[in-house]
Design a binder for this molecule. Structure first.
Ligand SMILES: CC(=O)N[C@H]1[C@@H](OP(=O)(O)OP(=O)(O)OC[C@H]2O[C@@H](n3ccc(=O)[nH]c3=O)[C@H](O)[C@@H]2O)O[C@H](CO)[C@@H](O)[C@@H]1O
Ligand SMILES: C=C(OP(=O)(O)O)C(=O)O
Length: 416
């Protein structure tokens, strides 16, 4: 089994280029099913999750191939309605093909995504949305099957501003008859990016980025070439890497606007973060100051940065509290950080972190993507050697993370 080995204690220096966002590229790939024409996604990151989405689209009959930095998708050949268990179990975002397939083909059969290491993650809001647009939904044998003669626009109120449900409904409604309104919609930058992609294809979507999105259905959509936004979570992870090692690094290809809560929190903890013409510079300056963090839907502090922030706070002077409100069970990294000497107690959805002066390197396990990132960050700051196992999770969301950190002077390597 492969692992990542980190020798801690080296302040990072230099420049790193952030990739296109995983959580923007995956819905855009699914949205390419909405047209027979070719869609080209430029500067697409070669992530494990992107590879899985390629396989999902291919399993449905689409032609998908990588041409240098681009992914080219032609869905004119789609001849299967089914996304199989073996692919969906690897990546929940596979479920995003349901909205486009219903809209274009009137039918989809997708394996139920089920839970994962961060919680139960139901899909009820997606299904309520499709039902409200007129689809018949049946659950059985581990699959969700949805069918419709046509989709008709309606008003859909989401009990929670779910990112995936907002995206799935927006894609389905793009080809529905009449107007759909999504109330209490998610406001993440990736939602705006998907709306921009769909609008460039000819959709009529207004209000993305606010909590009311209006979609006027159109008859058909055309193929386009598109570049998605930079990855704000990869950006946040590298900001913590600079801060936790007392380093000085410049992050290129970033949108600081998308990271306001992360930047504000890191500054509160004592990191120096400045916008420069080429990007964002972070300078770490001694031990962080303890602080409290509560994860919330955008524009609140992102749950996808919670584990990395906890690694940072584990060496703070003073006691911090982290409250996770988005996912029910996103503290799997805590036991692993404790193996490295962190002092953390979990009480329900809160974690109390008593900062220690130093972490010590240890063998640890990445239980999920951001847990893995947090352990690498902890390893960069720790005394001695940290071996992070179960690296598959990390490569789901970070392209060349080892090479990028090596480029910043980190003593880190892949070991098979
Ligand atoms: C591929 C992708 O973009 N993944 C992101 C997306 O995941 P994802 O789209 O799965 O996250 P959601 O916003 O849907 O989930 C947020 C919360 O809503 C609940 N929920 C969701 C749908 C539903 O039908 N019913 C329900 O109860 C979930 O269990 C969770 O507790 O947004 C999350 C929240 O910012 C991020 O952590 C993920 O990185
Ligand atoms: C939770 C995440 O992704 P996913 O929704 O694909 O599991 C993540 O990116 O941190």
């Amino acid at each position: 089994m492969s692992s990542i080995v980190v020798e801690g204690g080296k302040p990072l220096e230099g420049t790193v280029r952030i990739s296109s966002a995983k959580n923007a590229v995956l819905p855009v790939m699914a949205a390419s099913l909405l047209t027979e024409a070719e869609c080209i996604i430029e500067d697409a990151p070669e992530l494990e999750d992107v590879k899985v989405m390629r396989e999902v689209l291919k399993s449905m009959g689409a032609k998908v191939f990588r041409d240098k930095d681009c992914i080219k998708i032609s869905a004119g050949t789609v001849n299967s309605f089914e996304a199989p268990y073996d692919l969906v179990r690897k990546m929940r975002a596979s479920f995003l093909v349901m909205g486009p397939m219903l809209a274009r083909k009137g039918r989809a059969r997708i394996s139920m995504p089920g839970g994962c290491a961060i919680g139960s993650r139901p899909i009820d809001l997606h299904l309520k949305g499709f039902a409200s647009l007129g689809a018949d939904i049946e659950l059985g044998h581990g699959f969700v099957e949805a069918r419709c003669d046509k989709l008709v626009g309606s008003v859909i109120y989401l009990d929670f501003p779910s990112v995936g449900a907002t995206e799935n409904i927006m894609m389905a409604a793009a080809l529905a008859q009449g107007q759909t309104t999504i109330e209490n919609a998610a406001k993440e930058p990736e939602i705006i990016d998907l709306a921009n992609f769909l609008n460039s294809m000819g959709a009529k979507i207004r209000g993305a980025g606010t909590d009311v999105i209006k979609i006027e259905g159109v008859k058909e959509l055309s193929g386009i070439s598109y570049t998605v936004i930079p990855d704000r979570i990869e950006t946040g992870t590298f900001l913590v890497a600079g801060a936790i090692t007392g380093g000085n690094i410049l992050l290129e290809n970033v949108v600081p606007e998308h990271l306001k809560p992360v930047i504000a929190k890191l500054i509160e903890c004592g990191a120096k973060i400045t916008e420069e013409p080429e990007g964002l510079r972070v300078i770490g300056d001694g031990r962080p100051i303890a602080s409290d963090v509560k994860t919330l839907p955008y524009p609140g502090f992102p749950t996808d940065m919670q584990a990395q922030m906890m690694a940072y706070l584990s060496i703070a002077s003073g006691t911090s509290m982290v409250i996770e409100t988005v996912f029910e069970n996103r503290f799997m990294h805590v036991e692993e950080l404790k193996r490295m000497g962190a002092k953390i107690k979990i009480e329900g959805r809160s974690a109390v972190i008593e900062g220690v002066e130093k972490l010590s390197g240890a063998p640890v396990k990445a239980t999920d993507l951001r847990a893995g990132a947090a352990l690498i960050l902890a390893g960069l700051a720790a005394e001695g050697t940290t071996q992070v196992m179960n690296t598959y999770h990390i490569y789901r969301g970070y392209v060349n993370i080892v090479e990028n950190l090596q480029g910043l002077g980190a003593k880190i390597k892949k070991v098979d």
